[in-house]
Design a protein around this ligand. Structure first.
Ligand SMILES: Nc1ncnc2c1ncn2[C@@H]1O[C@H](COP(=O)(O)OP(=O)(O)OP(=O)(O)O)[C@@H](O)[C@H]1O
Length: 246
């Protein structure tokens, strides 16, 4: 899945909160988006998911063909077509959940929307049983009564159920206990390796972001001011110095 962003701007009132001249993400990259509060991370995600209308610019998503050696399909602009939903899984916040359903009902709903049978959905859920830690399935609890961390897990798992080529997660480590945070890192890296999917996460947890990302983009006042290759896990000093308070 290739993603190309060009000349993307979003203005709220008299403030430009997003101003991305050019940012391209390649097939199979894991991109970590970091930046201070209000830097524009969620706004960028909402733009990619057609949840807000940008003031200018283009987003082009090019899914990989079934035979990956044949390259990528023509570009889709999420503001102009619904096709992107077939190959995208995203979780921004618990507004994505349906709180009067149990987790099972929600997962089956997500499966159904994506043409996956109940049986297949149940079978795919087994891959996440350790992550769910016995707290989510079979509890006869509505999603609204789950703890914040368990809601977060339901949202994250639901992005992977239909095995999309693009996953977008806003602050996925939030609310998770330390073991679940570690487990999530494993899940994301494994998903990326097994499916070749492109994954974009935002996080304030620099250590986790550095651990799993092949590339890290630093956003400041809506502008990508650094685009760092992290394949050798070498960005630590640069990020530490940016976020240092001395
Ligand atoms: N609907 C809105 N109306 C007005 N301003 C908005 C709206 N949504 C976001 N903003 C502003 O856009 C800027 C970027 O916000 P955004 O939530 O994208 O930042 P962020 O990097 O995700 O921050 P955080 O790390 O705190 O979650 C902020 O100044 C925010 O106040």
């Amino acid at each position: 899945m290739l993603l190309e962003i060009s000349n993307l701007t979003k203005v709220f009132g008299d403030k430009t909160v997003l101003d991305i001249h050019s940012f391209n993400i390649g097939n199979g990259e894991i991109v970590g988006l970091v930046g201070n509060n209000g830097a524009g991370k969620t706004t960028l995600f909402r733009s990619l998911l057609d949840l807000i209308k940008c003031d200018s610019g283009e987003i082009a998503m090019c899914p990989q063909t079934e035979n990956e050696h044949e390259g990528n399909e023509p570009a889709i602009n999420p503001a102009q077509s619904e096709e992107w939903k077939k190959f995208t899984g995203a979780y921004i916040d618990d507004g994505f959940l349906i709180d009067f359903l149990t987790p099972e009902e929600y997962f089956h709903f997500i499966g159904k929307v994506n043409g996956i049978s109940k049986e297949e959905t149940d079978s795919r859920l087994e891959e996440f049983s350790q992550f769910m830690g016995g707290e989510i399935l079979g509890q006869k609890k509505l999603i609204r009564n789950l703890s914040a961390g368990n809601k977060q897990k339901v949202g994250i798992i639901s992005t992977m159920l239909h095995r999309p080529q693009l996953i977008i997660l806003d602050e996925p480590f939030n609310f998770l206990d330390p073991s679940s945070q570690n487990y999530l890192k494993k899940l994301l890296v494994r998903y990326n390796e097994e499916t070749g999917a492109t994954i974009i996460i935002s996080s304030h947890n620099l250590a986790h972001t550095e651990d799993i990302s092949t590339r890290i983009a630093l956003l400041e006042h809506g502008v990508i001011i650094k685009d760092l290759d992290n394949r050798n896990r070498a960005v630590n000093k640069e990020l530490e110095s940016y976020f240092s308070i001395d």
